[in-house]
Design a protein around this ligand. Structure first.
Ligand code: ADP
Ligand code: ZN
Ligand code: ZN
Length: 742
């Protein structure tokens, strides 16, 4: 047999591929890119992905090891996915093996067989004629099989059909069981599409012209303007041409309401992929898409990797949402990746938002994306009235201004619901001594401990450190210590006293621990009558609260003066998102924003002229300051228990970049090319906003470039340079391309 090696991507941080000898008795024909193999790597056994076979290797022959086992005959990573992952690894300067690991369901990473998730499925027999069926239940069951020829056993039993009823149909020769991939759920009654208003109609018309080729569009429409209805009708058109559709939503937006609305519209199997599923369900959903059984996939961030052979359309709702960017490991943006995937697949991609990110808006305004707007709320709902209420020099009761409390009372008495938004969990953000000024601080972070009352303890929200509440000041021993400021728990407690006649419900990560509890709570709220809802971001996204007619926003000020250049953009998005919860049904809503800065120009611009106007003004600022989207950014972060080392590594990086830049300029000179400004701009190194977290000091170096290609050239060289640095073993670093938080 001629000599060859199998080149493999392994889930390790090293940015290179690895050569192994084939398994015993296997020839090059056995190996195809995308198959999984088991190999020894150091002392571990890892699952890798075959990239190719080669007759040449740089590894000395006596160092080559045979791989342990080939796991697949057919590739599990198909060709398009492999290419996309290669692109992604290049763009984020990341290990291909780790990218591929992310792209595969956990069970496949562990080396499981695909068939391991097969289950009992009932199939309608060909030429089965309905015999004389006794009993309503049996006739209903048979009716299901006349609608769809396959049903998963689990689905049928969950709908209340019994083993005996199924057996009876099998005995009559109508259906038979088989062990195979279960079919995704299909609706049995289909809701009609709504007649579109003019704006919706125009949007749908324009986007659907591009089915069959790559075209990005932005659908900018206020909350409740009927974006989802446009998605649904667009999906319908894509399905009609035999295509699959990928719908990406923020984690928190994947509610039973949304899913129900999608399922109820289409006569096709819909798969779901989100963090609430177990590993089996994830592999099932993945296979349903890959094998073409599911025609629609609704999923959160990592669903963007799911192979779909007939993909014809990608929709990404709430495109501005931060959850589309992964914040650790491979810091990829599922939105940006969805665009690349759409372009490589030749399909349209629709981004929807009431508050588009400035990046996307810029692309739409410059004509790169089709820009469609829905300016009015659909149906009869009116937009909420928004009001800034100054609390400067005003007496506050429990953190509320008197007129705000009076308004809340009014809404409650009218039988409506009031939502109070405060983006801070716990009882109080601070516990302090009134005698000496001591404050409870985290020993491992530059942060104060948050006081919680149920259960009572002090908690660091940054490193998860917890401790009991001291009975007296640890510094001066005075018993006079008190909570300062307010979190959701305290607001809840105080509102219960102020509005004794109405229920108060708290919605945050502490009170709502899992998806079921979450869904239950929303059912309660729906059926609930007048009440006050106090909550964090969790309340702000994705949900319809038809009875909420007033929203009070308590702490929007913190975002107005953020050190992050995206601070105002994100504050505005959050305010509008919360505001969008009010008055979605027939009753008009009002939103009161308590602020110390009632004359803040940008806040006023937002309230008077809307998000789009503010966004235009922010874009102008970004342009003047050459910040994204008018420049391209990478952020090198380092952290270490030793402050100096974290800083020194970034200083080295800075020196390297400057040298790299000079070198490039000289090269251009020598070749007689016109000296092209690389346009690199460096800021830092300087400490991160919270310098110490979890015992480590954190530093950052911001790199800006005028052109994306220049950024990537320097990023690639920089990563290689840093990988070669010795003597910084204790420093952790990573390069974040297109960072969202700085
Ligand atoms: P968005 O996704 O922009 O928040 P939705 O699509 O959820 O908006 O629409 C908001 C509400 O308006 C929903 O209750 C929806 O059923 C209704 N709606 C949407 N389009 C229409 C229409 N053309 N006619 C009547 N009602 C509509
Ligand atoms: Zn004290
Ligand atoms: Zn901490």
């Amino acid at each position: 047999m001629p000599f060859f090696v199998v080149t493999i991507a392994l889930p390790v941080p090293l940015r290179r591929l690895f050569d192994y000898l084939p398994a015993a008795n296997e020839n090059a024909g056995c190996y195809q890119p995308g198959q999984r193999v088991r190999v020894e790597f150091g002392r571990q056994v890892l699952t890798g992905i075959v990239i190719g076979c080669h007759e040449h290797t740089d590894v000395p022959h006596n160092k080559l090891k045979p791989l342990l086992q080939r796991l697949d005959d057919e590739p599990v990573v198909d060709e398009p996915t492999l290419q996309l992952c290669q692109w992604l690894a290049g763009y984020y300067h990341h290990s291909l093996g780790e990218v591929l690991e992310l792209a595969l369901p956990v069970m496949l990473r562990r080396g499981c067989e695909l068939s391991e998730v097969d289950e009992k499925v009932w199939l309608r027999q060909p030429d089965a004629h309905s015999a004389d069926l006794k009993g309503e239940k049996q006739r209903a069951l048979w009716q299901l099989f006349q609608q769809h020829s396959q049903w998963s056993h689990k689905e049928l039993t969950s709908q209340g059909y019994s083993q005996a009823q199924l057996k009876r149909l099998a005995e009559l020769g109508l259906i038979s069981p088989r062990q195979q991939l279960p079919v995704p759920a299909i609706a049995t009654t289909i809701a009609d599409p709504l007649p579109l208003n003019d704006e919706q109609h125009k949007a749908l018309q324009q986007i659907s012209q591009h089915l069959g080729s790559f075209k990005p569009s932005l659908l900018e429409g206020v909350t409740g303007s009927g974006k989802t209805e446009v998605y649904l009708q667009l999906i319908s058109k894509a399905l009609a041409t035999g295509k699959q559709v990928l719908v990406l939503v923020p984690e928190i937006g994947l509610t039973p309401q949304t899913v129900g609305r999608f399922r109820a519209r289409f006569d096709v199997p819909v798969a779901l992929l989100h963090s609430g599923l177990n590993d089996r369900e994830r592999l099932q959903g993945w296979r349903q898409c890959k094998e073409g059984k599911a025609r629609i996939l609704i999923g959160t961030r990592s669903a963007v990797f799911t192979p779909m052979p007939d993909l014809g359309l990608i929709i990404l709702d709430e495109e501005h949402d931060a959850s589309f960017k992964q914040q650790d490991g491979l810091r990829y943006s599922a939105r940006d990746f969805a665009l690349v995937r759409a372009s490589k697949t030749g399909v349209p991609v629709l981004l929807g938002s009431a508050t588009p990110s400035l990046e996307t808006l810029h692309n739409a305004l410059s004509g790169k994306y089709l820009h469609l707007k829905l300016l009015r709320r659909a149906g009869n709902a009116r937009p909420p009235a928004m009001k800034l209420h100054s609390i400067l020099h005003q007496p506050l009761t429990a953190g509320f201004a008197q007129p705000v409390l009076a308004k809340m009372q009014q809404h409650l008495q009218a039988g409506k619901q009031v939502l109070v938004f405060i983006n801070r969990r716990g009882f109080a953000p601070l516990l302090a001594c009134r005698q000496c000024g001591w404050m409870a601080e985290c020993r491992r972070c530059d942060a104060r401990l948050t006081l919680h009352q149920s259960p009572a303890h002090l908690h660091c929200h940054h490193c998860d450190f917890q401790q009991g509440i001291p009975g007296h000041c640890p510094s001066c021993h005075s018993p006079d210590i008190e909570p300062i400021g307010q979190g959701t728990e305290r607001i809840e407690q105080q509102l219960k006293q102020l509005f004794a006649d109405f229920p108060v419900r708290r919605v945050d990560r502490d009170s709502v621990r899992n998806k079921q509890a979450f869904d239950q709570l929303f059912d309660d709220i729906h059926n609930g009558g007048p009440c006050i809802l106090v909550g964090t971001q969790m309340l702000a996204k994705g949900h319809h609260f038809p009875d909420v007619t007033m929203v009070t926003i308590l702490d929007s000020d913190s975002g107005l003066f953020s050190a992050d250049f995206r601070g105002m953009e994100h504050s505005a998005q959050l305010i509008l998102q919360v505001a969008g919860r009010a008055g979605r049904a027939e009753s008009p809503g009002e939103v009161w924003i308590q602020t110390l800065y009632a004359d803040h120009p940008q806040l006023n611009l937002l309230l008077d002229n809307g998000y789009h106007a503010l966004a235009l003004s922010l874009l102008q600022q970004r342009n003047q300051q050459q910040l994204p989207p008018y420049s391209f950014m990478a952020l090198l972060r380092s952290e270490c228990e030793d402050r100096n080392q974290a800083q020194q590594l970034l200083q080295l990086a800075r020196d390297f970049i400057q040298q790299f830049q000079r070198h490039h300029h000289q090269q251009h000179d020598r070749q007689g090319l016109q000296l092209k400004q690389q346009g690199l701009n460096l800021l830092g190194p300087f400490p991160a906003i919270m310098e110490r977290r979890n015992g480590r000091f954190r530093q950052q170096l911001q790199i800006f470039a005028n052109e994306r290609s220049a950024l990537h050239r320097v990023a690639e060289a920089l990563v290689q340079f840093l990988e070669q640095q010795k003597g910084f073993n204790r420093v952790r670093w990573h390069l974040d391309i297109d960072p969202l938080d700085t």
